[in-house]
Design a protein around this ligand. Structure first.
Ligand SMILES: [Ca+2]
Ligand SMILES: [Zn+2]
Length: 130
């Protein structure tokens, strides 16, 4: 369960070798699962990187600044997806995701960013399940 939740959050497998020494994280395949029942520090470090807040936009604060709008003003009121964003894109088509900026442990592209203009960016997280 720990590994599947890790996948959902964007983590890959440490390795898929059941017979090497367990590495102490639930993201490792192992015939000796006892030491592998929790995330390790590397997993938490990866989550920090994946979910790093890299821009200066504070959506929580902006929802206070604009009078607590909830999306009806067309700019999203600071919460959730701004109205209309993505309506003209086929997000099932990877070419709509923009530039890849991160790879998972297996080297698969796992995070994309597309600049939508007007200070808006679209981030697409891709989880590769094996
Ligand atoms: Ca292993
Ligand atoms: Zn897995």
């Amino acid at each position: 369960m720990c590994q599947e939740v890790g996948h959902i959050l964007g983590l890959g497998h440490v390795d898929e070798d059941f017979n090497n020494p367990p590495s102490g994280t639930c993201m490792d395949y192992s015939a000796d699962p006892e030491p592998n029942q929790h995330p390790n520090q590397h997993d938490y470090d990866m989550l920090e990187i994946i979910y790093a807040h890299l821009d200066s936009v504070d959506t929580y604060k902006s929802s206070d600044d604009d009078g607590g709008g909830n999306g009806n003003n067309g700019r999203g009121g600071g919460r959730g997806k701004p109205e209309g964003v993505g309506n003209n894109m086929d997000l099932n088509d990877p070419s709509a995701w923009g530039q890849s900026i991160k790879e998972d442990a297996q080297g698969n592209k796992s995070l994309f960013v597309k600049d939508l203009g007007n200070g808006e960016k679209l981030f697409t997280f891709v989880t590769w399940i094996q």
